[in-house]
Design a protein around this ligand. Sequence first.
Ligand code: SF4
Length: 620
Amino acid sequence: MAEFHVPGYVGKILRVDLNSKKMTEEKLDEPTLKKWVGGAGLAAKYLYDEVPPGVEWNDPRNRLIWTTGPLAGSGISGAATFNVTSKGPMTNLAGCSQANGYFGAYLKFSGFDGIIFQGASPKLVYLVVKEGKAEIRDASHLAGKDVWEVEDQIRKELGVRERDVSVYAIGPAGENKVYYATITGDRGHVVAHNGMGAVMGAKNLKAVVAFSGKRNFEVHNPELLKEKNNALFEFAKTFGTIYQWGSGGGFSTLGANGALPVKNYTTNLYPEHEKMNGQYIRTHYKIRPVPCYQCRIAHVKEVEVTEGPYKGFVGEEPEYELLAAWGPQIGNTELGAVVMLTREVDKLGMDCNEGSWVVGWAMECYEKGVFTKKETDGLDLSWGNVEAVKELLNRIARRRGYMGNLLADGVMRASRTVGGPAADWAIYGCKGSAPRGHDHRGNTRWYELLDTCVTNTSSLDATWGGVHPKLVDQEEATDHFSHEQVSTINAKFSGIRLFDDCLGTCRFAAPHPKLQLECFNAVTGWNWKLEDAFTVGRRITNLLRVFNFRHGARIEDERPSKRYGSVPVDGPAKGKNIMEKWPQMVENYYRLMGWDPKTGKPLPETLKKLGLEEIIKDLK
Ligand code: SF4
């Protein structure tokens, strides 16, 4: 084969068979990269090709696919994102999830665009990649350790400094196959969705380590990239509140729109929001920037709590979703406790979104007498009891006791097990997907509610919060409670988010799709237009949709749980709801996506248009 020279790529995938410990390199080629780009796209292709129906999420034949994209490590701001794809436990369907930090760039510097794990190791191991070589190491001494301890221990045994390596690991939750276990690394960055950490636990893989290094791939036009990178940075500074106040800067605005999740959606009133937002944190706590690889936006901070019962506690500045999870959703008004619980859930390796839906549901059950101290093994789960929540999270991560084990499978399964009226109080998409940390019944969030329910990635496929429709040449909505407008906007937006998930860039650092595409063109030299980007994203959506149908997805499950789709009883969106029009909303979405409006299956002509002729037969 000719020397590989596609700008933006190293050109190699590492395949690791954890049964036999055999490791092989596979070469990438330009046609494949032009079809799937990288990240979520390339991983979706491998998942489809290699995981047939009948292989469940915890089957050793399942694949755990880590990929990065052409922009990672290219020198643009915040470009070290990577993607993990697998068949995940929450939905037992496809899952794609991304994290920032350093790993995406370091993986390429270590010689690979991606790693495919297959099989399961007989004992706990971790993988190190460096200078084009890979080594599987024993990890039995890391069993039961939390993610932060694993990072410390691995650096110590490799004899390296903090930024010499990027370490992503599972904590106790992943080892115990908690359904919403994460892969967490680089001190608090999280591959959060659809239990990728549980898949890793099922494979007995504790951590993956990539080394720092120099750029080892070509950039087509470095001067142009520099210019476009500057433009992207200037735009990113104006994107929402991220640059100045972090993702928590929008917390109070969400409250004003009835979009904060408060006490498991039993109310929308949370007057304490002004003491829980990003503005409050950054004007009251001690702040230390801990940016991702070469990020100029640098929104990630470490904070020291300066007041209240947790004064002196040092932890990550909670992102918006963590503020929502460990503030209003559990009835807590103490900001310092949010910092404490953020550190706890990250260390244990669990998704804060599903973690808080589970805990909030258990608290409501406790309030209403469905659970007593008998079921909770002595825990007082009153709203706002943050120390009880800390203990509960630890029990869940280790599946300890009745409550710990019940909640470890996620709120959909736990609520169905308990049954009775409590079954109606749980918040979830009926495919098993966990909503992001909002009240999606609020004034501007039905887009995400629909997206969460019809997802093909087990996360959000179509919506890209904060990106103005005009940036991708789309019309703005005039009525956020119109089922037609919500479904039409989602269908028109569909594609660009998944293209973004192919690139290896952070959504906060590169929030302008056209400028991001110009950076992509400067790196690859491909001169793509916006419609090419949309086509790749839609190709991924459709491929995963066919994958999911083959693996048992049902359109009856493309709806919210009763509580998730219920009518707000108070607050800014009181009495508003569009569930009555749910069937029409979904049908309109299917139709605009080129899917059969009744069965939800991609039509043959849609697949053909996207270059997916070869999978038409798989839907029969
Ligand atoms: S914007 Fe924030 S999350 Fe994104 S790369 Fe920069 S520091 Fe990391």
